[in-house]
Design a protein around this ligand. Structure first.
Ligand SMILES: [Zn+2]
Length: 138
């Protein structure tokens, strides 16, 4: 799945949840109004930002990954870049995702576990806002 598809899926399910809440007289949870920003759903047919991240950022992201709820997605995602490079045997694989909520900016960041693989093996550079948010988490 690509970033755009993750966002579309989210908007679709959010709309139906809101509709359900409205029809049944439930209050709409504030988090449903937050904007979802998918991070690191990379695909071979889209270019992505490359660069170096700090070791502090990576450590922090690992800590956040291990805290709280992890979302399991259906099926495995395999790294298309590894496969493309003929590195099939050691390709990255993962099937889980995580959400971090930035309440101050009313944003939900969603990212796959593959983000670690993409950063470490393919030099993926996540958006600066995401990096800043991760570094600001306690
Ligand atoms: Zn890979």
């Amino acid at each position: 799945m690509k970033n755009k598809e993750v966002e579309q899926d989210y908007n679709k399910s959010t709309e139906s949840l809101k509709k359900y809440a409205k029809e049944n007289g439930f209050e709409i949870p504030e988090m449903l109004e937050y904007k979802l920003i998918p991070i690191g759903y990379l695909s071979i047919d889209e270019s992505f930002e490359k660069g170096e991240v700090s070791i502090n950022f990576l450590n922090k992201l690992h800590i956040l990954w291990n805290e709280g709820l992890t979302l399991m997605s259906l099926g495995f995602h395999e790294c298309e870049f590894c496969i493309d490079e003929g590195n099939y045997k050691n390709r990255g694989r993962s099937s889980s995702e995580k959400e971090l909520v930035d309440r101050e900016n009313k944003v939900r960041y969603k990212f796959p576990k593959m983000i670690f693989h993409y950063i470490e093996k393919h030099k993926y550079l996540p958006p600066l806002d995401f990096i800043k948010f991760v570094m600001s988490c306690n």
